[in-house]
Design a protein around this ligand. Sequence first.
Ligand SMILES: [Zn+2]
Length: 82
Amino acid sequence: MNRYKLERTNRSSAYLGNCEVCGKFCSEVYHLTESRKYIRVDTGEESWTYAGCIDLYGHEECLKKVIKERGGKVDEVIQKNM
Ligand SMILES: [Zn+2]
């Protein structure tokens, strides 16, 4: 099962570029990171990796759609206060 994190950037597309999902301007850009659980070969422990995972900037709704398409859910939303 993959883990999905949405982070508020408090910045618009003017600074970060258009939504990577729909290609349109966003007044509030979110950052989506996916991580994947794996078993460490050396210790046999469970750990998380970003290898081969998606990393996207865009609208909150577009990113939520991507997560849904990948069969996941939003596990964590990070609000940045500036
Ligand atoms: Zn979008």
